[in-house]
Design a protein around this ligand. Structure first.
Ligand code: GLP
Length: 264
């Protein structure tokens, strides 16, 4: 696990975008797992900038989003489809057939639909780089506390903490979705590389538990400790409850000297 400590949200998202950009340049047919949320806005902004500057081609990149709210159509302004279109896909040269986001409008046979999503990931050769945010309760995707570490893409009931967080972005009075379709923790752990970005004090406790706490289904992101190639990019505020910050800084200095490609 590599912990990259950055000063603020701007520096963190720039670093995450840089790592994704170099992965795309190394492998133009990269399969990229994507995330939504406020934390990701800066990452997409920088990726769009690099594309517009002419140095980043997404034409052969394949993407799989982590999750979508159940009951929201792709055109709903709070859907993750809408988020991805507005903040990323509309501004880069992705081929529409290469974009995959769980369908929030499915009804009935959820298991069959979710198995199909997993199959599509497999057919694409698996996810090369998975981008993740983290919820205040330590969730990744919508894998709420107590999600099985081996879980696969499925229908998931959202926790009260997540409902409270989500309600801020829905119109007051409107009920925000109670469920979502999300990749499982087991699905996420199969990605070849994982990049988790966390910024702001609200994430500090979840970040500390995920990196320095025990592996437990009570904190879904702690399962990332099982993965051999995880990079956390964390700003000062989100890193404030980590106890080993000096060590992470030393590791970073040595990484820059010995294996600089891991940071660019
Ligand atoms: C939602 C998404 C997660 C994301 C989290 C954090 O719950 N399902 O994938 O990591 O929000 O969002 P934000 O970056 O807005 O704090």
């Amino acid at each position: 696990m590599l912990v990259i400590l950055k000063r603020d949200d701007e520096e963190s998202s720039r670093q995450a975008a840089q790592l994704i950009a170099s992965a795309v340049r190394k492998k133009p047919t990269l399969t990229l797992g994507l995330a939504t949320g406020v934390t990701m806005l800066g990452v997409y902004k920088h990726l769009v900038r690099l594309h517009k500057e002419g140095s980043l081609d997404f034409s052969r990149v394949v993407t799989f989003n982590l999750d979508e709210y159940l009951g929201l159509s792709p055109s709903h302004p709070q859907s993750f489809h809408h988020f991805m279109r507005e903040n990323f896909f509309a501004h880069v040269n992705m081929a529409s057939q290469n974009i995959h986001i769980p369908d929030g409008t499915i009804r009935g046979n959820y298991d069959e639909y979710c198995a199909g999503y997993e199959e599509a990931i497999r057919k694409a050769g698996g996810i090369d780089v998975q981008l993740l945010g983290i919820g205040r309760n330590g969730h990744i995707g919508f894998n709420e506390p107590t999600s099985s570490i081996g879980s696969r893409t499925r229908l998931k009931v959202l926790s009260q903490e997540t409902l409270d967080d989500n309600s801020k972005s829905f119109t007051p009075g409107d009920q925000s979705p109670r469920c979502a379709i999300t990749m499982g923790i087991g699905t996420i752990l199969e990605a070849r590389k994982i990049l988790l970005l966390a910024t702001g004090t609200a994430k500090a406790a979840a970040v500390a538990k995920s990196i320095e706490g025990p592996i437990t289904s009570a904190v879904s992101a702690s399962a990332l400790q099982l993965h051999p190639e995880v990079t956390f990019i964390i700003d000062d505020a989100a890193a404030s409850q980590l106890t080993q910050r000096d060590y992470y800084h030393r590791v970073l200095e040595m990484t820059a000297l010995l294996t600089p490609e891991r940071l660019s």
